[in-house]
Write a protein that binds this ligand. Structure first.
Ligand code: DOR
Ligand code: ZN
Length: 351
């Protein structure tokens, strides 16, 4: 383990980390954001919720090529590709995906979030595919929220555990699952208590903020993401889980760029853009918990170990130095506001 010491400390050096949950988009948006992630992370798991979604191995291969071509000159950043599960995904497709190096399949309940319309309407329809994934050892990444309009928005993750996750794991106990971007005490406790085949990613915003952030001094759309920020007890439970040293919790930013005019809108899009300063935000959360010594495991080891991929070599360094995030970043013809735009951060990633 490299020199991760507890506060106060002038600096922090970590084995190169990875982002196990990322939205990179395509075309001009991809070109605008990829450099931010490539500067911070060695690898990232790239979400398949494009329009149209990445539902086949052929589409994943082509998307991977576009990502590689969009990297800044000299970057060795490696995108790890996923497939978007639909009611019609075939078991053969799972085999092809595995052979082609696709690392996981993403389950969006239809209608749960951005570009999830083609998602799964009923998990029972995908049973054969999930069996094939269990056989092939391909993990299922779940957006863990029910879409039932009767269920309160803030309860949708906890209800998902009872209605979908527990039955799914009973049916397919060997299937590897990542419960993505957990936001609740129930989510953290469920994963911690379960066997080693299920793990969870945690975003920086869910470690740093509770739902008050969305409503402080007016409606603040840049804090709106899905699953939505929860109450303080949940934030605290997530901090406890992420900083516990348990290998079941690892870094996944869920950084999700949307043009500023679509965030600041009557029906603003869900997603926080954190890729620009992801490690700085996580360092702030871990420092506040007095757990900077646990950041390296969370950011650099646990995810690779869960996916059965080699840990990275090389290091990144952060310095305790105040700096101000830009108000906005270029985003094709539009602009992109990073989370904490115009505010000061305590940590800075060194180039
Ligand atoms: O806030 C979110 N934004 N949650 C998601 O699940 C999707 C993401 C996006 O693609 O914008
Ligand atoms: Zn996401």
């Amino acid at each position: 383990m490299s020199a991760a010491t507890s506060s106060p400390t002038p600096g922090l050096t970590l084995t190169r980390p990875d982002d196990w949950h990322l939205h990179l988009r395509d075309s001009a948006a991809l070109a605008a954001v990829i450099g931010h992630t490539a500067r911070q992370f060695a690898r990232a798991i790239v979400m398949p919720n494009l329009k149209p979604p990445i539902t086949t191995t052929a589409l994943a291969r082509a998307y991977r090529e576009r990502i590689l071509a969009a990297r800044p000159a000299g970057s060795d950043f490696e995108p790890l590709m996923t497939l978007y599960l639909t009611d019609n995904t075939s078991a053969d497709e799972i085999h092809r995906a595995r052979e082609a190096g696709v690392v996981a399949v993403k389950y969006y309940p239809a209608g749960a979030t951005t570009n999830s319309d083609a998602g799964v309407t009923d998990l029972a329809k995908t049973h054969k595919v999930l069996e094939a994934m269990q056989r092939e050892g391909l993990p299922l990444l779940v957006h863990g929220e029910v879409t039932d309009a009767e269920v309160d928005l803030f309860d949708r993750e906890a209800v998902f555990i009872d209605r979908q996750l527990i039955p799914l794991r009973r049916d397919l106990p060997e299937l590897k699952i990542v419960f993505e971007h957990i936001t609740t005490r129930e989510g953290a406790q469920y994963v911690l208590a379960a066997d080693a085949r299920i793990a969870a990613t945690v975003t920086p915003q869910h470690l740093l903020y509770n739902r008050n952030a969305i409503f402080t001094g007016g409606l603040r759309p840049h804090f709106y993401c899905l699953p939505v920020l929860k109450a303080e007890v949940h934030r605290q439970a997530l901090v406890t889980a992420a900083t516990s040293g348990s290998p079941k919790f690892f870094l996944g930013t869920d950084s999700a760029p949307h043009a500023v005019h679509l965030k600041e809108h009557a029906s603003g899009h869900a997603g926080c853009y954190t890729a620009f300063s992801a490690l700085e935000l996580y360092a702030e959360a871990f420092e506040a918990a007095g757990a900077l010594d646990k950041l390296e495991g969370f950011a650099s080891f646990h995810g690779a170990d869960f996916y059965g991929l080699p840990r990275n070599t090389g290091t990144v360094s952060l310095r305790r130095e105040a700096w101000t995030l830009p108000e906005s970043l270029p985003f094709g013809d539009a602009a992109l506001k990073p989370l904490r735009a115009g505010e000061t951060l305590a940590w800075r990633l060194l180039d």
